[in-house]
Design a protein around this ligand. Structure first.
Ligand code: BGC
Length: 891
């Protein structure tokens, strides 16, 4: 490498990434100008990259040719001068079908009539074809309106679950590309088979409240597939779906996202995806060719990680319920399905598996599922052989499974015969937290489990009842936590594209849920503007940008941001730029004091919450438009921001800084969103918030909107120790109440399960909702002490403050790096940090009652300083609260 001294150091280049693709997902991508990124390991202290060299090879079957070698200009002078890294391992990328013209296949469906009002069995498709020469490369491009699994010569293609994934189907349909070279026979006959079920496209979806609709995007499930084969002699073949493909109903008699899967072996077609063995020919019909997919629907390559099966979990206990039912307990609430292994029994025997999250009075608690049965059924072949089965086209949220119809009478035998399989979008975990408090650690595990389970193709609210929808508010609030814990940029930036499509269809107002399952309902024509939920179009792209430093998501979503702010209904009656006050708002959804059936009845005024979020969004727009180099927009947003702030103050803030909505949520938003006019106001707001928390006996008083901010607001105003007491509180409502009650995922309500073990009587009671898990950000940023100061973590800050978090003695967190940052306190404070290459960290250390900041660059650093746990000043309980809290105690 010219210009570098050839001192090949121990410095390695690793994790070479194209865009945000995981290495396993780089066949058939849609980007034609992908950006590259890489990591250095181990980066020497203060290392700076000065230049780079990238060699690009074209891989032609049988050979590899260097087509270009590019050298990066010197980026900046730095301490790493003179070091040359070793070469990285080669990274591979292949583009897919980039335009509609590349699609040569027909869109096919079944030729028989199906009643659109009732669920129908899966469709099997097959096509035999000959390969004319030795196969050197074969790619299958495939998508469906429905959900599919493909096989070639009887073998499964790829490992995706519920492909092609869930998008705003009116606007775009994702396709997958698979390398199937190894599955094809070298010369001779081959067979491709595809099973196709209803999935999100046409199965029952949306809450029962809205009529339990079907066929939201269409009543017909269709398939498009194209297999491109390259031969050793240089020739090519393309096998495409057309009228020569055959189709038949398959053994999956029902497959719906909510209801579950029913598989009857009596309908199996032996060898359906293998050459010459497809049962009786009379069962097969030629596929019907439909008109091409409308041009309004984009065919896009897979973006973000697909959904995959993740882990296998064995039952932890076999329970016999008071009514004599056999129930398996998997020991944790999870998202996926159960797999039946090596069962023997009489032909026609039906095994039923009913999945639930909790038990009530010792029996399975199905009420919270509403119209989602979560019931899988398998009907045995019964030929005196071991049978194994797992569903393909459904998933459930569950910890317990009631098994009915199992052949044999020893329930304990089920331990070896049934296991759970977890499924989720296959994103990498990149964040950790641990501390000396076991319950806090459990809480953090629960947050991760809820995030994993609810990231299933789209960010869903819950995985069990008749919802599982991309509710926008939930991810707006949980986004920062998710982006710290997981590499979710790919999945969420793709989903934001779907949000923009649904928003366009509603004339500018984002849908409540994307993909918009409510689009057919009259009351939603034109959308119903709602703060916080709709702010997703601005806040979530910002969150992803902050976490990664990648402005791509900002420019892609900018039109959607502008459109939303244009559509937001203002208070024109009072000639104000604030929200129109007579609209519908979700407000501080699920305030702990809201009655079970009235989730919107919060202590915080919903209009206050709406306007606080409007101001937050406008402030972000001033920054985003500057980053995107739109100075005119930036100026206009600054002006609007100032006007809104003034109107907000007139409406909601007294001269001395009291808020008209005297609630934990209102003060939290006021502080964290910087809505105060001066430091004095901020400090008074902090005092009042601390008083409210203390008078509430350190119990939480916030719903969805306030929860991510309440502890942070206390910390920002000098009441970190109050936040800590709230965090460590076990009384309901609190984060640890649910942990104490045995929760293994985050609950939707503070009291989803009441202290007596009964399920909250509200209609809406999930045990797996991530919104209240947004508090994990406080664990990372304040309890452990690691904060991002500049987008993409170019600058960070580590500021431990053990005095505030008594009685914790250790806390540590990691983001991306396996080492991370942590503290341990005794008579001295030990601080250790690992700073990634080319970034800087401010380490804030206590110093004789004050603090001093050490700025360090890449490398591992540790500090030991004398430390005395200090007392923390807090307001005292108010008169009545103190009377109530001491009632019954005599001194
Ligand atoms: C969902 C929420 C969602 C809400 C709308 C609920 O049914 O589960 O998480 O955000 O509706 O407020």
């Amino acid at each position: 490498m010219e210009g570098f001294e050839l001192d090949r150091s121990a410095l390695d280049i690793s994790d070479v990434y194209f865009e945000h693709y995981q290495p396993a997902d780089t066949v058939g991508v849609g980007d034609t100008r992908p950006r590259l990124s890489w990591k250095f390991s181990p980066a020497p202290p203060g290392f700076q990259q000065e230049g780079y060299q990238i060699d690009i090879y074209e891989e032609i079957p049988g050979s590899t040719k260097l087509i270009c070698s590019t050298k990066g200009t010197r980026l900046r002078q730095g301490l790493g001068k003179g070091l040359v890294t070793t070469w990285s391992r080669p990274a591979f990328l292949e583009t897919g079908l980039l335009s509609r013209e590349d699609w040569k296949c027909k869109r096919v469906t079944v030729p028989w009539h199906e009643d659109p009002e009732t669920p129908h069995p899966e469709h099997l498709y097959r096509k035999e074809f000959a390969s004319s020469n030795s196969v050197t490369r074969a790619r299958l491009y495939i998508t469906a309106q429905g959900v599919y699994e493909a096989e070639v010569n009887g073998k499964r293609v790829g490992d995706q679950f519920l492909a092609p994934g869930w998008t705003a189907y009116d606007g775009r349909l994702q396709y997958q590309a698979y390398d199937v070279t190894h599955l094809l026979a070298d010369t001779g006959l081959n067979c491709i088979g595809v099973r196709l079920a209803e999935g999100w496209f046409s199965g029952h979806l949306a809450p029962g409240l809205f009529g339990f609709p079907r066929n939201i995007w269409g009543a017909q499930n269709t398939l498009m597939a194209q297999l491109k084969i390259h031969y050793a002699n240089g020739s090519e073949d393309t096998i495409v779906t057309d009228a020569t493909w055959q189709t038949a109903p398959g053994p999956i008699r029902l497959a719906e996202i909510y209801r579950g899967e029913k598989y009857d072996t009596a309908f199996e077609v032996d060898g359906w995806s293998s050459v010459g063995r497809a049962g009786s020919q009379s069962e097969w019909h030629f596929a019907k060719v439909l008109e091409d997919l409308p041009s309004s629907v984009d065919l896009i390559a897979q973006r973000g990680e697909p959904v995959r099966r993740q882990t296998v979990i064995q039952p932890q206990a076999i329970i016999t319920t008071p009514s004599g039912k056999v129930v398996l307990d998997f020991g944790q609430n999870l998202v996926g399905y159960t797999r039946v292994k090596r069962v023997r029994g009489p032909k026609g025997r039906c095994i039923s598996l009913a999945h639930v999250e909790v038990l009530e009075n010792g029996e399975i608690g199905q009420r919270p599922l509403r119209l989602a049965d979560q019931l899988d059924q398998y009907t045995l072949r019964g030929e005196d052989i071991d049978e194994s089965w797992e569903p393909r086209f459904t998933y459930h949220g569950f910890r317990y499974v009631q098994v009915d119809g199992w052949p044999g009478d020893d329930p304990q035998a089920l331990r070896e015969r049934i296991e759970a399989v977890t499924c989720s979008t296959d994103m990498k975990l990149i964040g950790e937290f641990t501390c000396s408090d076991v319950l806090l650690n459990k809480l953090h595990e629960n947050v991760i489990r809820s995030m994993r389970g609810n990231f299933l193709s789209v960010p869903t609210d819950c995985p069990q009842r008749d919802e599982r929808l991309g509710w926008t508010g939930d991810i707006t609030l949980f986004g920062p936590t998710a982006a710290y814990l997981s590499d979710c940029y790919g999945m969420l930036s793709r989903w934001l594209g779907d949000v923009a499509i649904d928003q366009q269809a509603l004339g500018g107002v984002p849908a409540w849920v994307t993909p918009n399952v409510l689009k057919g309902l009259k009351m939603f024509n034109g959308g119903i503007p709602t703060a916080v939920w709709d702010d997703v179009v601005i806040i979530l792209p910002w969150t992803l940008y902050r976490a990664t430093g990648d402005p791509g998501v900002l420019s892609a979503q900018y039109p959607s941001m502008l459109l939303w702010l244009k559509s937001l209904p203002r208070n024109t009656v009072q000639n104000s730029r604030l929200w129109r006050p007579d609209g519908m708002q979700w407000g501080d959804w699920l305030d702990p004091d809201a009655p079970p059936a009235l989730a919107w009845r919060a202590k915080a005024d919903p209009d206050f919450v709406a306007n606080a979020f409007l101001i937050r969004s406008l402030e972000l727009m001033t920054v985003i438009s500057s980053i995107l180099n739109e100075p005119g927009d930036a100026r206009a947003f600054e002006e609007e921001l100032e006007a809104c702030k003034q109107e907000f103050h007139k409406e909601y803030v007294t001269a001395n800084g009291r808020l008209v909505s005297d609630s934990q949520t209102a003060y939290s938003l006021f502080i964290v969103f910087g809505l105060y006019q001066d430091e004095e106001q901020k400090s008074r707001a902090g005092q009042r918030l601390a008083q409210l928390v203390i008078d509430n006996l350190y119990k939480i008083g916030t719903g969805f909107a306030g929860t991510p901010f309440v502890c942070e607001a206390l910390a920002q105003t000098g009441f970190c120790s109050v936040a800590a007491k709230m965090l460590l509180n076990h009384e309901c409502p609190s984060w640890l109440y649910q942990v104490k009650m045995g929760a293994t995922t985050m609950w939707e309500r503070w009291d989803s399960m009441l202290a007596d073990g009964s399920i909250n009587p509200g209609e809406m009671t999930s045990f797996n909702h991530y919104a209240f898990g947004s508090v994990a950000t406080f664990l990372h940023e304040r309890v452990a002490g690691l904060q991002c100061l500049e987008a993409g973590w170019r600058r960070s800050r580590f500021a431990p403050s053990p005095s505030d978090f008594q009685p914790l003695t250790t806390a540590s967190t990691a983001h991306l790096s396996p080492f991370g940052s942590g503290w341990l306190v005794g008579a001295v404070l030990h601080v250790s940090v690992t700073v990634p290459a080319m970034t800087e960290m401010d380490v804030v250390l206590p110093d004789d009652g004050e603090s001093r900041t050490e700025t360090v660059r890449s490398g591992e650093w540790s500090f030991t300083v004398p430390y005395k746990i200090a007392a923390t000043g807090e307001p005292k309980l108010g008169f009545w609260q103190s009377l109530i809290s001491t009632r019954g105690t005599r001194t």
